[in-house]
Design a protein around this ligand. Structure first.
Ligand code: FMN
Length: 153
């Protein structure tokens, strides 16, 4: 069976969407935005409290859109932000809505980073910052290679 890729993502502030779009360009897969009827505040703190409450309640936000013909996909990437150390609960709603048996499933996530701008202000930490930047460049090269490989099956 030929490789057919779906990139499904949930994104609140746009970072995971941006990542998903870059993966789409590299792999040529179909993009799908996971949408829910649950409203989330824009600001971090109230949204974080809501996300944590949903986790404690094992809540499943309602999905308002659905993948057409999930059976056609051999590989499904599922992307999201990290919310309160985990995936937003709507990812569980998505996960439980489809049968992923026999599919290659690849999760990806975006999260807060290591506050590099703050690090740069500390004297004599330049070397560490450069090393972190190098690791970041290598990580991106590795990811790019991985996604290109995915396209070729
Ligand atoms: C409700 C909420 C909770 C978050 N919790 C975490 C966390 O636990 N760890 C972390 O590193 N980043 C956390 N973040 C930061 C997001 O994971 C990060 O900004 C992510 O890239 C946002 O993705 P998005 O733009 O696709 O929504 C949180 C952000 C929000 C809004």
């Amino acid at each position: 069976m030929a490789t057919k890729i779906l990139i499904a993502y949930f994104s609140h502030w746009g970072h995971s969407q941006n990542f998903a779009e870059q993966i789409q360009k590299l792999t040529g897969g179909d993009l799908f935005e996971i949408k829910t009827s649950t409203d989330y505040p824009e600001a971090h703190d109230p949204c974080s409290i809501q996300a944590h409450q949903e986790q404690l309640a094992d809540f499943r936000p309602e999905l308002t859109n659905h993948v057409q013909n999930m059976a056609q996909y051999t590989t499904v990437l599922i992307g999201h932000p990290i919310w309160w150390y985990r995936e937003p609960m709507v990812i569980r709603s998505f996960w439980e809505a489809y049968n992923f048996t026999d599919k290659k499933v690849i999760p990806f996530a975006t999260s807060g980073d290591v506050a590099l701008p703050i690090l740069r202000k500390i004297p004599r930490i330049g070397f560490l910052t450069r090393m972190l930047s190098l690791v970041s460049v290598l990580k991106h090269m590795l990811l790019k290679t991985m996604f290109l490989k995915l396209k070729n099956g």
